[in-house]
Design a protein around this ligand. Sequence first.
Ligand code: LLP
Length: 402
Amino acid sequence: MNMDMKVLVEKYGTPLYVYDFDYIENRYTTLKEAFAGKKSLINYAVKANSNLSVIQHLAKLGAGADCVSIGEVRRAMDAGVDKYKIIFSGVGKRDDEIREALEKDILLLNLESEAEMKRVEMVAKALGKEARISIRVNPNIDPQTHPYISTGLHENKFGVEIDMAKRMYIYANKSEFLNPVGIHFHIGSQLTKLEPIKEAAVIVADLVRSLKAIKIDIKFFDVGGGIGVVYSDEVTIPAEAYTQVIFEAVKGLDVTLLCEPGRYMVANAGAFFTSVLYEKVNDGKRFVIVDGAMNDLLRPSLYNAYHKIEAVGVEGETTSADVVGPVCESGDFFGKGVQLPALEHNDLLVIQSAGAYGFTMASNYNTRNKPAEVALEAGVDRVIRKRETYEDQVRLEREYLK
Ligand code: LLP
């Protein structure tokens, strides 16, 4: 980050999210090319960053969307994702969400329980439609990541065990209103080890073979998302190594490979900019108080996640400081023990790797307006979400004042 960034941020104010769209394109292309020679579809996991312009940017490159609510499905469609490239996952879909997804005729509904399958069958029957479904298998693999974002163990709420999946496929195959065409797994997020992905892919591919043997023809093999990124010094999985283990697992099977990367596409495309308000020292401990807070970027507070923090265009000897926001919670911090030079009011800090699960997890806690979002594409900047105003926040309440 250089002085140009400073000028750019001055234009839009802080706190501010900035996303590098060229970086996103590069990530998409790298992953897509790693699938070369195989039928594949990259379903961008919209939850990572659901700004319409981000989704549209990926849609134009050919990406599909992995959605976990009907709201996300609507976003994907609004942003121009082809309906046959949209999948709808999630452990708890309401009837109205199922109905709308079926009416919209998206590629797949991804099921996570037997009860949900029966519900989808009922809704499809009422509509006189056949639902294309996929079942999320829980392969009971430890992904070796943070427990909050680990999902592929039986102790997690996600998916169904292999035996249950088999029973569900047999049931669905007989149903007039269900068409079991896909299989899915997702073992966790921020994965930096290849071995658990390989093990899961092998287990699930074996299940596909046994289903094919009983004439249940699985056409879509969805390996989920979860490819890790560099926040500090992680060694990540190269795209080609990732696809190789998948190719190996599905050898001999005629399937279209789906994957659902979120963080991989956008985390390091994004930076969060915040201005220094004050410095203070409490009993020898240095605090830098900034205008951004946990409501804007929750990952440090929620997961104790590391995000690199730097002062933009400020030189000088550094000392250790906690970078904190104005929200009334001790957990409101962006970094602890961060080396920073002496800072003055309005100096700019950049918090890196904030493109994924940044804005999407933002809230209005403390009646703080959500930050604006800006895209940078081929050297040109543009707003992709206006800064919220107080009026935006109270719009749904004001009419009820007595
Ligand atoms: N597919 C499924 C079924 C998922 O549950 C997820 C993420 C993804 C794909 C995308 O995973 P990714 O490629 O982004 O790792 N808020 C947390 C991350 C939660 C991830 C939830 N599921 C964080 O800030 O680290």
